[in-house]
Design a protein around this ligand. Structure first.
Ligand code: AMP
Length: 250
């Protein structure tokens, strides 16, 4: 099984950029959307799926983080607007996110397929995506929803400890540092981030549930929703995902 990472130049840079064309492409590309609350391990699954099954990993959060590093002159107006919201800790408004994805619509026709991660986040975004897919004559294979009981997500996030110096991430039970509260990598102090405090986590979860529950219904009605338990190791969850995807093609 090859583990070569796909080039995501077009996704990061938008319309003017092209990805290199000498990569090995899958025989039957997957076109997927990933849903999941913060802390369920959705990002790890996105990495594993894109490395092993080859769909190009299209994360809107990654686009914003990459744009943050660019000089202002190289940012499109839509990206500049998005960064203002992101910096305030808010969700970026639907119209802006939709424009950013539209600017990159050639990625929806990527010969490797695609894996949308972090988009759509609302029913309006899902409707805009449906319009783009219709225009581009592309069909989704499935929407993978990673589910975990709320209390367990809170335990995962509240056990997370981040190095104040190098930002490495540990966990009090599942990835403890060798010396309590000290970073294994640089000796920095490990802290509990403000947004990992149980009170903040609850607020983030509530916001997630109010915007994403309707999205799960939306895709269930379209016959695309595949619900997967997000419990167990990343490899267990990946095996569950791969089995569900091959069942879809049987
Ligand atoms: P993520 O990495 O998906 O958690 O995204 C990081 C941040 O980017 C979010 O907290 C939002 O500010 C913004 N963002 C990413 N995707 C979206 C989206 N589809 N809708 C609104 N905001 C988004």
């Amino acid at each position: 099984m090859t583990t070569q990472k796909l080039d995501r130049a077009a996704w990061f840079k938008g319309t003017s950029a092209e990805c290199s064309s000498d990569l090995e492409l899958p025989e039957r590309p997957y076109r997927l959307v990933l849903l999941g609350a913060p802390g369920v391990g959705k990002g790890t699954q996105a990495e594993l799926i894109s490395l092993r099954l080859k769909p190009c990993h299209l994360s809107t959060g990654d686009v914003f983080r990459a744009a943050k590093a660019l000089p202002a002159s190289e940012r499109t107006p839509a990206i500049t607007q998005a960064l203002e919201f992101m910096q305030r800790g808010d969700l970026v408004p639907d119209d802006t996110v939709i424009n950013i994805v539209r600017e990159r619509r050639q990625c929806i026709t990527c010969p490797a397929g695609f894996l949308l991660d972090g988009f759509p986040r609302t029913v309006r975004q899902a409707e805009a995506l449906a319009d783009m897919l219709t225009q581009l004559k592309v069909k989704l294979d499935a929407v993978l929803s990673y589910d975990m009981p709320l209390e367990q997500v809170i335990a995962r996030l509240s056990g997370r400890r981040t190095c104040a110096a190098c930002k490495a991430v540990f966990h009090v039970t599942s990835r403890p540092p060798k010396v309590p509260d000290v970073c294994d990598n640089c000796g920095g102090k490990l802290i509990l981030r403000d947004d990992d405090r149980p009170e903040s986590i609850r607020v983030r979860m509530q916001a997630y549930q109010s915007s994403t529950a309707p999205l799960a219904d939306y895709y269930a009605k379209a016959g695309l929703l595949v619900s997967l338990s997000a419990e167990g190791s990343p490899e267990d969850i990946y095996q569950r995902t791969a089995a569900a995807l091959s069942a879809l093609r049987r």
